[in-house]
Structures are given as structure tokens and as C-alpha cells.
Design a protein around this ligand. Sequence first.
Ligand SMILES: *[C@@H]1O[C@H](CO)[C@@H](O)[C@H](O)[C@H]1NC(C)=O
Ligand SMILES: *[C@@H]1O[C@H](CO)[C@@H](O)[C@H](O)[C@H]1NC(C)=O
Length: 447
Amino acid sequence: MVPVVFFIFIFLTGGMSSKNVCSYHDVLDYLNLTTDNNVFKLTRPVLDHTHHTRIQLDILLYAILAVIEKTQTFIPFIWATLQWNNELISWDPAQFCGITRITVPKDMLWRPDLLIYEMVQKDNSDRNPYLYVDHHGMVTYEEDMNVVSTCEMDVHKFPFDTQSCNITIGSAVHCIEEMRLFPSSNSSRATQFSREVMKSQGEWEFLHLSVSSYNFTFDNRLWEQLVYTFTIKRRPLLHVINFLLPILFFLSLDLASFFISDHRGEKLGFKVTVLLAISVLLLILNEILPSMSNKTPLIATYCIVIFALMLLSLLETILVVYLMEIDSEQRLKNDQEDKQEKVKSDDEKRSRRFCSCICKASEKETEMLPVAEEVSGCVQSRESRVLLLILDELQELKKTMSLHLSPREGGGGRFFLWATRINRAFFVFYITTVLLFLSLLFYEWKR
Ligand SMILES: *[C@@H]1O[C@H](CO)[C@@H](O)[C@H](O)[C@H]1NC(C)=O
Ligand SMILES: *[C@@H]1O[C@H](CO)[C@@H](O)[C@H](O)[C@H]1NC(C)=O
């Protein structure tokens, strides 16, 4: 008998508990929340129209997808949580087996018409399709999206810059009497949460997220906005390696080229090459920076001043080479004059020598006829004369070569002295200007 009673007991309790089972549909039925019931989505869900709807908003920054300076675009990936009260919905959880919240498709209920003022491109990705509703009528909606927003960037300190981009959220149709916006976490909490969930930052380092509320008047009505300001800092390493350092290297090459001797074309060629290399780097800069900016970017100043300095040094080299050319021409002319004089005196000497030789010969062989004497003397003098001329010519050549190869030898003329002075003065000027300029610039950059 005992097992039979036991089975009956189990049967009875089972039947009783099956009576108490409830589903979300029971709640929906109770609320009359069906797809063909439009009451819930028609208007703002308040019982008294003077009540405002209070919207709690929370935004977290998940990732910085892109920051494009050229088009002034900031693309963060954000996670927004919205909460508001729907006064038309409430139920007693005790009547529904303790169900305290249900999910409904988001299209079935009224949702605030919040928009992001900076957004320039609609986000077409699939959204979270459900809303949470709890038994007090508190509706929670979560949305993740990448916001393609405009952000006015100040590239004055590029690449050591910090940018602040705003995301302004407000209602399109409801003014402040109808809808109020409140951040559910303050700036420091939002910053901390964002830091915790941040997945990728890329080139940018997330500094902080601040929240503030603004009222603005439009059409004699007051509207409320929440402004989320994302402050991000660029990691400059790549730009330093790619851009700043190469230009500095080229500058030091240009400085080093002062130690190449002036009188050959090599120095000129070298400087022109370095200048060309810099202009290639300038092309890269053109791709990064926006064409419009309030203040001239420091990096542009950096490039232009260094470019101008190198141009100046190239011009100086051209001047020095020109002066050296004049100098060597003058020395050549002087030398030729000297030589001509020398040749004249040599000729005199030589003719004297020949004469004396002839005279000696004539002294020895007095019996010789004057005509024969003259002939033999002539033959002898012609041969030696040719040889001497060749010797002279060779010496001349050697001198010219040495003049061209090392004009410093044995000092130089007036122009050479000038050239050296100009060179020295310019070198000092160049080094001081470069040092002064760079220190000023880096001070400004790091300020
Ligand atoms: C539920 O909604 C339907 C459709 O709008 C309506 O006909 C019906 O009267 C509503 N029932 C209650 C109890 O409100
Ligand atoms: C905006 O207006 C509301 C209502 O008048 C007021 O409570 C709130 O402090 C104002 N906010 C700001 C930032 O002025």
C-alpha cells in the first residue's frame, strides 16, 4: 500500500507544481504587449504628459578604429547603454513566478530618438535586437557601434599631439521638458571602465573620457545634450623614426659636407642630392597632414626651415666654388705672365749660353770657317732648344695640375682668402642657427 500512496503523492504534487509554471508569454499577455498593439510604441510612455522621461546614458570606448587627420575623422567603437522608465509597464513578480524582467524585440516599445551630432556616416551594422524590461518598467537598451564622426583636430604639435574629440548626444525632437539626459557614470568611472574594456588602441593612447551636460536654446525651447569628450594621445615613435630622424640625419650629412674640399664639383653634387632626399620626405608629410589648420604645424616649420638652411648652404657652396674658380684663373694668368717673363729671360740666358758655347767652340777651332762654325752651332742649339722647350712645357703642365689639384698649396690669392672666410663664417652661422632652431622647436613641441 505504501508505494501506491507514494505514487499518488508524487502525482498530486506534480500536478500542483505544473499549475504554477509561467512563461514570459504570461507577462506579455498580462501587459497586452503584442505586435499588433501599437500603444507601447506610439508616444513617449508617460501617464501624465507633464512628466519628463529620464534617460540614463552610459558610453564606453571599446576601441579607436581610426583617426584620420587629413579628413578630420575620428572613428571610435563605442558601447552605449540607455535606460529609461516606461510608465505603462509594470507587473508584480509574485504573480508570475518571480519573473522580474523580460526581453522584447526593440521595435515593440518606444525608444528615445537620440542622435550623435558629429556622426557623418550612418552605421549599418546589425544591432542588438532586444530590449530588457523589468517589472518597474525600467527599459534597458544596449547598442554597440562604430561612430564615424568629425573631429576638429589641431595638428600644430604633430606628431607629439593630443587630440580631444567630442561625441554629442541629444534628442532630435524632445526638448528638456519632455526628456532629460543623465550620464549614469561620471567622468572618472567612465574613464576607468573604458580603460578596462579597451581592446585596441593602435597608434593612439586613450587618456580619458569626460562627460558633461549642456543646455542650448533653439526655437525658444531648451534642449539638453550630453557631451562625451575622448582625449587621446598619439604615440609618436613611428613618425619620429620615419620622418624626424631621417631629416636630422640629412641635416648632419649636410653639416658634414663642409669638410669636403671646395674646389671640385663633388661637394655641390652631394649637397644637391641631400636636398633632393629631403624633398622626397616632404612629399610624405603632405600625405599625412590636413591642408587646413589654424596654426602652422610645427613639423612643417621644421621641414621648411631645415630645407631653407640646406638651400642656403648649397648657395654658399656655389659662391665659394665660384670664388675659387676666379682665384685659380687669376693665379693661372699670373703664372703665365711670370712664365712668359721667365721664358724671355731664359731665352736671353740660353742665347747667351749658346753664344758662349759657340764662342768657346770657335776659340778651340780657330781654323774653322765662320760659315761652318755657324752651321754646327745652329744644329746643336736647335736640338737642345727643342728639348729645353719640352722641359719647360712639362714643368708648366705640372704647375697647372698642382694648381688645379691643390690650390691651398703655397697659399692663395685674394679670392681664395675670401672663400675660406665665407666658408668659415657660414659654418659657424649654420651650426648656431641649427642648434638654436632645433632647441626652440623641441621646447615648443614638448610644451
Ligand atoms: C489588448 O490589445 C488589443 C489590440 O489593441 C485590444 O483590442 C484589447 O482590448 C487590449 N486588451 C486589454 C485588456 O487592454
Ligand atoms: C539645463 O536645464 C535644466 C532644467 O532647467 C537644469 O536643471 C540643468 O542644470 C541645466 N544644465 C546646465 C548644464 O545648465
